[in-house]
Design a protein around this ligand. Sequence first.
Ligand SMILES: Nc1nc2c(ncn2[C@@H]2O[C@H](COP(=O)(O)OP(=O)(O)OP(=O)(O)O)[C@@H](O)[C@H]2O)c(=O)[nH]1
Ligand SMILES: [Mg+2]
Length: 248
Amino acid sequence: MRSFTIALAGNPNTGKSTLFNALTGLKQHTGNWSGKTVSLASGYYEFKDVRFEFVDLPGTYSLFSNSSDEEVARDFIVFEKPDVTLLVLDSTALERSLNLALQVLEMTDRVIICLNLMDEAKKKGIKIHAGKLSKKLGVPVIPISARNNEGLDVLSDHLLRMCLGEIQTTPYRMKYNEQLESNIARLESEITDIVGNDFPTRWLAIRFLDGDKKLISTLQDRISAQDKGGVNYGAAKTLRSSNSHHSC
Ligand SMILES: Nc1nc2c(ncn2[C@@H]2O[C@H](COP(=O)(O)OP(=O)(O)OP(=O)(O)O)[C@@H](O)[C@H]2O)c(=O)[nH]1
Ligand SMILES: [Mg+2]
């Protein structure tokens, strides 16, 4: 049976664990990922001949290096490369959630957004045009109510189609001013020389320009680990010099 990994990301309290429990039921366990000491809850369910392995990431408001929760969620999305990152948003507080959504859309193009707590939104008279939001953000947007098991079949269907490569996305990416864009492009090409296309180079370039030292050391560790012959000093060194060159 084919198996796909789905990461559940979102702000705290948006219903990630409720969705996780609704989908995976008792088929849950906790495990360590990539030598990290944190263990993440994961669980699976089967849908139309495939198995979805869900990983319940810590709830965060952003994905920088501000806290270990943010690092864990970010590293999982960028380095473990789940087949789909399922972003759980609170329909009753969409503006707050969209900040995180934009960050995730910079990191991967394999994203599905679910608008959870639709029952609450309806009660409050909040209407969300999921179709328009989907067009704007360039990824599927599915209204659900995890606590009431509503919308979960449609969600599973989209997960399956994205895992099978049947859904192409065009994630919304922020455009910055000309000078910043030219710095991003320059740094991006240097990063591509070092890591190839294994990781989201534009996102890495933006983070490096922002001076995210923690991310740089994580990436150095990853490059070293990937290099089977031992530490790849060349790549790590270039990475260090390109960082000192460009960070501001
Ligand atoms: N009305 C309503 N409440 C929901 C729904 N989904 C989740 N909740 C409630 O929202 C609260 C938070 O749910 P959790 O699943 O714990 O949220 P979480 O995203 O895992 O939170 P963190 O792990 O802290 O990030 C709980 O009280 C849930 O019962 C929903 O669809 N409708
Ligand atoms: Mg939770």
